[in-house]
Design a binder for this molecule. Structure first.
Ligand code: PEP
Ligand code: MG
Length: 976
């Protein structure tokens, strides 16, 4: 029998060869801690072979050796009248969920209670008797159930309720001995007579429960450990702490300790770091050991009893920040506890959102009136002017956009509906007062990455809202803070936001680690400003996959110039207006190329329908009239004439109308201006020895003939169309520059384009799948209007989720077809995806499987996409039983980096936009190598010189009858 009782302590682990299955969950846990040599309370486990059979045994004799050892280590004796050791009993089944509470304070009997009270006080001693009684009542209740003693059940239940109530109160109603007398009749005979009798009786009752409980009989053990108390004399304390700060991830312990206090409701604690240095050191050691073992932040409870520190409990922490987890993982990695793969695989990509967005600077809101509380709909921090309806907010948004004013707006409504989605999309946040986490406003806000707070105590009257003492009018600035941890708050006024600090948060180190695992498949950014591009680089983007040039025209100083161009009567007038825009565009591209030195930058030529640029309200219209009138020597237009032009340009289905390359067919001078601006910028940088890799992308192509004409030009019946290749040559000639490597490609965003990808690929060096439009045109669903009826479709189960978020199977099929046909026609065709789908792991997996080379997404999503890619690579490698070997990322930049050229070029001017310190160190050598490439244009140019050559169709592909040779001018560089 003795061999069925296993002793453990900080210095002694369960003997080798013991079947751990027989120790139950809790027993095994104790064994594991003993293995770690942590200061756990010593104890013993009665294994599952014996636990159910104690009824006939001389329990006292059996447990004596273990008990003696425990007494020695704790410094108290069981049954001692002056300083009694008390014990706890833990039922330890193999099942994950145990039905039994821990049973406390065995050994608290008539012979020991006054000794115990002399250490902890009478009131506490009485409470501990109640705890003992409650535990024992649970055992008796279970036994009554198992033995079908229905009559006794009610009596026991009533006593249990009574004890529960008494325990809630701070003050015990009776003294300890009186309580023993009061509850003796519910306990086994003689239960309070002596400590030894009590423990033997308790163990036998517990054993009987296990024996009768079919589920537990076979494999349940019993764990016995001493009790220690943080109020056991002057040199005692108790406390609980996290192994590190659960928000910042800083390595310092976070928590409190209570001097001479134990489980006291409302007791005031002190910072755990202020505890006696000797204990602190010990606690820090325990914390590191547990973090190393579990590879996660843990919460630890401890007790110091008479100068001896004991680890009582430690468990998982659920509410902790992403930053805290990343910091922990990086620390573990630095100490070689976990490898890079573990670090990268441990953070779900979506969690990075939490450290990519700003938080409120609490020192900036000290003087602002505020209210707190509310239901968190979508976390984050938002500042904006308040509007009480979708119409009002959209008007304010347009106005602000046009005037270059602050576009941050917050929608305040009782609840939102389908028609309000448009407003949520442009707002920074939503404040509502109906519903909760799954209310429409919360759901939509989360979907769009906006902040949402539900304040059920908010009252809205017309254009005013009040929340407690706060009253908010239309146009007022408010700040909403919906933290991941803690209470939401609303301030009346504009707070400062703390921009995320990727360096401090550990994000940059984490990204660098993830990038080391990256294969060929990479991530680029959808970005159209140097600032945004800098951010993207910092976040690990390998290039820009989509620069939407129309965004550049909406800027305040340009909008009326583009309007002037759109309203022009003749080509001459249009060209004049475009001439004003060209230097601005050149500047734009120069800035972008410079930041992205050495990396590919895909510039999409104008895509938006022209009417999108025209005034939408009277104020905008007047501003345009004023601008037109102020032009010297230009023909004046009346308001009516301008309005008539605007009306004429109106389209019923603009997204299927005159946009993208279709505009270029009608107005070639627009693309000509953009292409010139691109190459002027590129050649200016070439002169500065900065490597530039422009990729010019033509949008909304439906057949190869459009692309062919835009790339190579066309002459037909007295009309001449100049293609991109010729424009580049003329810019180059004007500047006396040497040829530069560039590519021309197209977006695949129409089913027709996907199906004719084989033909199109002959004129495109790359495809970029514009899955926003491809989804729209495949499903015939407007991306702008779908939100309004999506809830109905979801309710009736007519659609699987949102196809604008997760790629629809039909869209996937079209991509597959396009990849196959395109690559057959041009084997080295580069392929990417730049729709909004690009940052979601499930879409990324498809893109990787479909043979694409990259996804491109917003800068803030780059880390999320990057992490998803790496995790997919890791997953694939694990499934195939191989270790991940870093492959070369096949971008031009990577190739350049691999081939050092003769002269060193300049490093990119990038990181200045963000905190300079945040620039990743790794960027430098890469940039250097990339710019070296620029110093050797000769070799490069021969090989790459542009899209000036249609791909040799793969053998099987038919040569289309209409395919003419490219314009003669291009032949020199194009054809070898
Ligand atoms: C697309 O259609 O997926 C795309 C990226 O282009 P845009 O969203 O600008 O139409
Ligand atoms: Mg598109």
């Amino acid at each position: 029998m003795k061999e069925n009782i296993h002793f453990f302590s900080q210095n002694e682990t369960v003997k080798k060869g013991v079947d751990l299955e027989k120790l139950g969950q809790r027993g095994r846990q104790a064994y594991e801690f003993a293995e770690l040599a942590l200061p756990i309370l010593p104890g013993f486990i009665i294994d599952s072979d014996l636990a159910a059979k104690l009824g006939e045994e001389k329990v006292g004799d059996l447990i004596r050796p273990g008990l003696r050892k425990a007494e020695e280590l704790v410094g108290k004796s069981f049954g001692d009248a002056k300083n009694p050791l008390l014990l706890k009993i833990v039922v330890s089944p193999n099942l994950a969920i145990s039905n039994y509470p821990t049973l406390h304070n065995f050994g608290l009997a008539k012979d020991t209670v006054s000794g115990f009270a002399s250490w902890v006080g009478d009131n506490f001693a009485a409470h501990e008797v109640l705890f003992l009684v409650r535990g024992m009542l649970a055992v008796e209740l279970r036994l009554a159930e198992l033995e079908s003693r229905a009559k006794e059940l009610d009596k026991l239940k009533a006593a249990d309720i009574e004890v529960g109530k008494a325990l809630v109160s701070d003050k015990a109603t009776k003294d300890a001995e009186a309580l023993m007398d009061a509850y003796a009749s519910y306990m086994p005979e003689g239960f309070f007579s002596s400590a030894a009798a009590q423990f033997e009786l308790a163990l036998k009752r517990v054993s009987r429960v296990i024996a009768l409980d079919e589920q537990d009989a076979e494999d349940t053990a019993i764990l016995v450990q001493p009790m220690v108390y943080g109020n056991y004399g002057k040199s005692s304390a108790s406390g609980a702490f996290y192994t590190r700060d659960i928000v910042s991830g800083a390595g310092k312990l976070q928590g409190e300790y209570y001097q001479e206090r134990f489980n006291e409701i409302g007791a005031e604690g002190k910072d755990i770091n202020a505890i006696d240095p000797g204990y602190l050191k010990e606690l820090e050691k325990i914390a590191r050991k547990l973090e190393d073992k579990h590879r996660e932040i843990r919460q630890i409870r401890f007790t110091i009893e008479n100068k001896k520190l004991w680890l009582i409990e430690q468990r998982q922490v659920l509410a902790k920040s992403t930053q805290a987890d990343i910091k922990l993982l990086l620390d573990l990695n630095a100490r070689k506890i976990v490898d890079d793969e573990f670090v990268v695989g441990s953070i779900a990509p979506g969690r990075l959102n939490e450290i990519l967005h700003p938080v409120v600077n609490l020192s900036s809101v000290k003087k602002l009136p505020s209210v707190s509380g509310g239901i968190a709909g979508a976390p984050g921090a938002a500042i904006g002017r308040v509007y009480f309806s979708t119409e009002a907010l959209l008007d304010a948004y347009r106005n602000a956009k046009q005037k270059g004013e602050d576009k941050r707006l917050i929608l305040v409504m009782p609840a939102t509906f389908a028609e309000d989605v448009k407003a949520i999309e442009v707002a920074t946040g939503v404040l509502s007062c109906e519903g909760g986490y799954s209310a429409h406003a919360s759901v939509v806000a989360r979907q769009y990455g906006k902040v949402s707070l539900v304040k059920t105590d908010m009252k809205i009257h017309g254009n005013k809202a009040s929340i407690a003492s706060l009253s908010i009018k239309e146009g007022d600035y408010i700040t909403i803070n919906v933290p991941y941890y803690g209470e939401p708050q609303v301030w009346l006024g504009k707070a400062d936001l703390i921009e995320p600090d990727p360096k401090d948060s550990g994000l940059l180190d984490f990204i660098a680690m993830a990038k080391k695992q990256m294969g060929h498949f990479h991530v680029r950014a959808n970005s159209d400003s140097p600032r945004d591009a800098t951010m993207a680089l910092l976040f690990g983007a390998e290039g820009i996959g989509l620069c939407r040039t129309e965004h550049m025209f909406f800027l305040d100083k340009r909008i009326n110039v583009i309007r002037e161009m759109i309203l022009s009567d003749s080509k001459e007038e249009r060209v004049k207006a475009l001439a004003k825009l060209q230097p601005m565009q050149r500047e734009d591209f120069y800035g972008l190329f410079k930041v992205m030195a050495g990396k590919e930058v895909t510039i999409r030529l104008l895509d938006a329908p022209l009417h999108e640029f025209l005034p939408h309200n009277a104020t905008e219209l007047q501003a345009l009239i004023d601008y037109m009138d102020a032009r010297k020597g230009a023909k004046k237009l009346t308001k009516a004439e301008i309005q008539a032009r605007i009306d004429a340009l109106e389209e019923f289905n603009p997204m299927l109308g005159h946009r993208g390359c279709r505009i270029a067919v009608s107005y070639p001078e627009i693309y000509e201006m953009q292409v010139r601006a691109i190459f002027e910028a590129a050649y200016a940088l070439q002169k500065e020895k900065i490597a530039v890799h422009p990729e010019i992308m033509v949008p909304i192509v439906m057949n190869y003939r459009e692309l062919k004409q835009i790339v190579y030009g066309k002459k037909i019946e007295g009309h001449a169309y100049q293609g991109i290749v010729a424009i580049e040559e003329s810019v180059r000639a004007e500047l006396g520059a040497k040829p530069l490597a560039y590519k021309i490609g197209t977006m695949i965003e129409l089913p027709a384009a996907a199906l004719s990808a084989g033909e199109i690929a002959r004129y495109a060096q790359f495809f970029s799948f514009g899955t926003n439009d491809l989804t729209q045109t495949t499903l015939g669903l407007s991306r702008d209007d779908f939100n309004s009826f999506m809830p109905d479709y979801t309710m009736y189960d007519l659609i699987d989720g949102n196809p604008f978020a997760v790629l629809d199977p039909r869209v996937r099929e079209l991509i597959d077809i396009a990849v196959k046909r395109g690559s057959a026609a041009r084997p080295d065709l580069a392929k990417g995806l730049c729709g909004e789908h690009g940052a979601r792991p499930e879409n990324i997996r498809f893109c990787m499987d479909a043979g694409l080379n990259y996804v491109s997404c917003s800068s803030y999503s780059v880390p999320i996409a990057l992490l998803s890619i790496v995790q997919i690579e890791l997953d694939k490698a694990a499934k195939e039983g191989r270790k991940l070997v870093q492959k070369e990322i096949r971008t031009v930049a990577a190739k350049a980096a691999a081939k050092p050229a003769a002269k060193a070029g300049k490093a990119p001017a990038s990181e200045k936009v963000l905190k300079a310190s945040a620039a990743p160190k790794a960027a430098k050598p890469e940039a250097k190598a990339a710019s070296k490439k620029a110093a050797a244009p000769k070799a490069a140019s021969k090989k790459v010189a542009a899209a000036d050559k249609p791909a040799k169709a793969a053998k099987t592909a038919e040569k289309p009858a209409s395919e003419k040779e490219p314009a003669a001018k291009t032949a020199k560089t194009a054809k070898k």
